[in-house]
Ligand binder design. Structure first.
Ligand SMILES: O=P(O)(O)OC[C@H]1O[C@H](OP(=O)(O)OP(=O)(O)O)[C@H](O)[C@@H]1O
Length: 190
């Protein structure tokens, strides 16, 4: 049997010493505000909504039932953290199967950090002929390493420049299922 990278006991310890940033109700309200803003802007455009795997699972799954207009759902998988807390080169694991030519696209992700992932995906959508590309992230982490000029069209909550997890965001592949957003203790980063 393959040994898990982290044990349940280790994860309990990471969670216990992490700093709570946003609770479940703050996340719920942020997603409601985002859904209203997205609906106001994109209703009638029949968009392709692209979830960025894997972190988008939670925000996308919670946003979709709140979007009351015609849309298609697909996913794209590009990663640069590979279960680590340090970003590297963007690696493409899956491109969307839905033709994007002439379409309005809404890219949904859990977090905008340095921005290389979102910038790469937006460029990919444009290269595939998308007519307009919008971006939505549950969490915005402003920082000096951000790709210059990059901002999400729709965002929910801000976090400080710390390694965060929960609400879809992972800590070394785990803790995406935590219903709150936490900053890892400095000793647990790196
Ligand atoms: O703004 P950036 O610095 O580029 O980082 C943001 C990206 O990093 C995370 O993905 P990750 O590569 O960890 O894959 P995951 O979705 O499987 O967690 C997150 O889900 C974003 O897609």
């Amino acid at each position: 049997m393959q040994t898990p990278v982290l044990t349940a006991e280790q994860l309990d310890a990471v969670l216990a010493r992490a700093e709570p940033l946003h609770d479940a109700s703050a996340i719920e309200h942020a997603l409601e505000r985002m859904a209203a803003a997205i609906e106001e802007r994109l209703a009638g455009s029949n968009p392709v909504v692209l979830g960025v795997m894997t972190g988008a699972i939670v925000p996308l799954g919670r946003l979709l039932p709140q979007l009351g207009f015609a849309l298609e759902v697909d996913y794209i998988h590009a990663t640069r953290y590979h279960g680590s807390t340090v970003g590297r080169d963007l690696v493409w694991l899956a491109r969307p199967q839905t033709p994007l030519r002439g379409r309005t696209v809404l890219v949904v992700d859990d977090i905008l950090d340095e921005g290389h992932t979102l910038a790469g995906i937006v460029q990919e959508c444009r290269d595939e002929g998308a007519e307009a590309v919008f971006t939505a992230v549950l969490v915005d982490k402003p920082n000096v390493r951000r790709v210059p000029g990059l901002a999400a069209d729709f965002s929910g909550l801000e976090v400080p420049d710390r390694y965060v997890f929960g609400a879809g965001m992972d800590y070394r592949g785990y803790l995406r299922n935590v219903d709150g957003i936490y900053a890892a203790h400095r000793d647990d980063e790196g």
